[in-house]
Design a protein around this ligand. Structure first.
Ligand code: SF4
Ligand code: SF4
Length: 397
């Protein structure tokens, strides 16, 4: 296992972190024996960063992690969890959540504590509720060690949040398809320039980039490589090739996957891809974009939309549904994101007012309102109410 240093603390973190959002399951619940076995196996083989959050597995991930880290494992890792920003209604809520998380995780401190899933709007809301004072207090009384935030929003807002507090670290969605999406490479470098450690989430884009076989056009590109690698290895190596990335989180739930990721993490140093290999990954990214249902690059120039619609987010899920076959996941995430469960403001594609403001801003010249109509007709039809009820249970308890 390779390790990278957190600039502000000197902590040496394993470049592979264990994400506990997609743990092994059996009969619709966490398969405790397998999930615990996989987490402990990863730790025994060098992983020392474990990431969970309040809502994962309907609130069951944190207690599972607490149990999995019993028997001496807790002291061998840095433990990360997150304040569910969208559920916080007052300053007192912040302490209430953190204290409950310490109990759920059976620990006296969280090593890496994040404000979860920020964008510009949620940041403004929790900042007004004095989240920075809460983080200062929690650090000084020892309940948390390092403060950070995870992010899904526009790059300008990312930089604004980076500049707003003395964060130790942040967590961004980062993979070879998201170089220009959300924080992107520019955000990664910006955070690193401020001395922050950066945790990369979704390095395999929800597993999409690791699926084998890949679409034939992508497979053909990988077959040109002098050195054969699995799709997962190409994707992970691309992330770790960036020296600004401290840890890549992988939501592992299968023994073979743990084994493969551990093997890759033992040899993926920064700037270790050759120019030819980096070129191959860039071609794969371009090809992926070509075969996508909507050719949105996620640049965000069309934002903000006066109706509050997350236009690139809608297209991202539309592609996940059509191009990558992640149908159930895309339908559920659409409701979570557009239903207002995180932001408090519904922003379904059907709310497009056809003002046409976005049209001239799109460098890809996408017919955004027409495409949003397609999104609405496919994602907001049958089963929407049931998915909303599920999301409400998931996020609001
Ligand atoms: S046309 Fe629709 S999606 Fe585009 S900016 Fe106006 S309301 Fe938003
Ligand atoms: S401007 Fe166009 S390509 Fe860029 S995010 Fe918006 S829809 Fe996608």
């Amino acid at each position: 296992m390779l390790y990278r240093k957190v600039p502000k603390t000197g902590d040496e973190l394993s470049i592979l972190g264990f994400g506990c959002m997609r743990l092994a399951q059996k009969d619709g619940r966490i398969d405790e024996e397998r999930a615990t076995g996989q987490i402990r196996y990863a730790i025994d083989h060098g992983v020392n960063y474990i990431d969970t959050a309040w809502p994962y597995h309907g609130g069951e991930s944190e207690p599972l992690v607490g149990r999995a880290l019993a028997g001496g494992y807790r002291e061998r890792v840095k433990l990360a969890t997150k304040l569910p920003a969208w559920m916080v209604k007052s300053r007192a809520d912040m302490d209430r959540f953190l204290d409950a998380q310490l109990r759920k995780l059976a620990t006296s401190r969280i090593d890496y504590y994040l404000v979860h899933s920020l964008n510009g709007g949620t940041w403004d809301r929790v900042a007004a509720l004095a989240v920075t004072e809460f983080l200062d207090r929690a650090r000084s009384d020892g309940r948390i060690v390092n403060a950070g935030f995870s992010f899904h929003g526009l790059r300008e807002d990312f930089k604004r949040i980076v500049d707003a507090y003395a964060w130790t670290f942040c967590q961004i969605q980062y993979n070879y398809l998201d170089e220009d999406h959300q924080a992107g490479t520019e955000g990664l470098k910006y955070a690193a320039s401020k001395g922050m450690a950066v945790i990369a989430m979704e390095p395999l884009r929800g597993g999409t980039l690791a699926v084998s076989p890949q679409p034939p056009a992508i497979d053909a590109i990988w077959r040109e490589a002098e050195r054969r690698r699995s799709p997962a290895e190409w994707a992970l190596r691309w992330v770790w090739d960036h020296p600004e990335v401290t840890v890549a989180l992988s939501g592992m739930n299968d023994e073979a996957q743990v084994e493969e990721n551990l093997a890759i993490a033992s040899g993926a140093g920064p700037e270790s891809l050759t120019i030819e290999e980096a070129g191959l990954v860039a071609r794969a990214a371009r090809k992926y974009r070509e075969i996508m249902k909507v050719g949105c690059t996620g640049c965000g120039y069309c934002q903000p939309c006066p109706s509050g619609i997350d236009i690139p987010g809608c297209f991202d899920l539309f592609n996940a549904f059509h191009t990558f076959g992640r149908k159930q996941e895309a339908l559920f995430l659409y409701v979570v994101r557009a239903g207002g469960f995180l932001s408090g403001h519904p922003a379904y594609a059907s709310l497009c007012a056809h003002c046409l403001e976005c049209l001239e801003k799109c460098p890809q010249e996408l017919q955004i309102p027409d495409l949003l109509e397609q999104v609405a007709s496919e994602f907001e039809g049958e089963g929407l109410r049931e998915r909303e009820a599920m999301a409400r249970r998931f996020f609001q308890g």
